[in-house]
Write a protein that binds this ligand. Sequence first.
Ligand code: FUL
Length: 495
Amino acid sequence: MQFTTLNLQFIYLPMSQIRILYLLLVLILLTDCSSTVPPEPVGPVPNEQQLMWHEMEMNAFIHFTINTFTDKEWGYGDESPELFDPSGLDVEQWVSVLKEAGFKGVILTAKHHDGFCLWPSEHTEHDIANSPYKNGKGDIVKELSEACEKYGLKFGIYLSPWDRNRADYGTPAYVYYYRAQLEEIFTGYGEIFEMWFDGANGGDGYYGGADEMRRIDGSTYYDWPGTLELVRNMQEDVIFFSDAGPGVRWGGNERASAGFTNWNTITTDTLYAGKYGIEDLLNTGSEDGKSWVPLEANTSIRPGWFYHESEDSLVKSPMELFDIYLTSVGRGSTLLLNIPPDKRGLFHENDVASLQGFKALLDQRFANDLALDATIKASDVRGNSQFFSAENLIDDDKETYWATNDGVTSGEIEIQFDDKREINFVVLQEYIKLGQRVKEFSITADVDGEWEKIAEATSIGYKRILRIDPVETSKLRISIHDSKAAPVLSSIQVF
Ligand code: FUL
């Protein structure tokens, strides 16, 4: 309104011309708006909790229980709580080391398959209250949740569904017991970001003295839908990990090796915890999957999940951890790395040194993003609009992105440096709020006037890190060969 008045005051045009000008203006505005409409989401997209989880990138697993003192991986269930006796436990040591190393969350085995509980449970005697630790007054779930809060890490829980201690394991009564324990955990220990449901189920055990083999049907016995609903009613934001999700899925191996092609999408109704032969599917997900259930890549810093003195010399080196980072985070997954406290209740010196070395490698390898000072252009920009321009890829803002016009499912991005630079890594990210799209891409570098292929891959997802055989170049080209729909990338970094 004001605009028209101004025009009328200063430009003396007849009313008919003003109308035409006005219509033209509206037309221009409309054309611009339609060209800047963001792409429609493609396929399933992550929910808010999953997005937060993707951004965490690295979480720690902590396997600690009576096994630590019996030198076992799977306790039989008949171990006396008296055996649980850490001499110098310090959860702040765990959390401070993890924080320094860049981990964002911690998941604790509150109860492993042997049934011993690291918190004083109202529902069993097989717990920390009957151990010498703090004369039965200790509660490691509480101590760790408080330390996480203090250091700003998120806290998660592993509560083994399989329980080799319980006499009632295999009967409906045990499922009530398991749920009662979930209630204790989810109402008494603050916010829990992830709940880890282990797929290992049934076999031989103590079972209250029965000493026998028990088998259950993992898909029906626990009534997972009912159990998850119970937990959600207590904490609606919790992310559920299991072979089948529904929050995040197992990656099909314990080496933290996500599929070279890794779709965050999968059709979970074809899966259930404990189903055999689906490892490959879990490892890659499926392009046309009906749900967003990203892969969590888990492994241990040592050969075993629990501490064994005999493995002190077998702690993964910083370089091995770095390689694992590339096959997990570098393939669009989140890394869950287990670090088991020793009999003192501390991370062993070798593990600490390795974590520190790993962090130093991360800092050194990804120190200086060369793309930040480069110039960039793309073969196609949605509506030729600055909202979707290639510059968004190097603006260090995860909320802006480059997108092509609808129907354009391939394209090129060219990055030009002032001078020749040595390239070792290229890091790409899709704007996954609009779904995972890219199916195939390659990277070429201008080497002395010739375009040489230096990397090729398939999926991108939340993050894709490509290790490059060091090459000197002043120009890089990222060619997207195929995408489910218009590619939508939020970031390119070059190191
Ligand atoms: C498996 C368990 O049987 C192992 O002991 C360990 O907890 C690993 C993370 O999951 O299923």
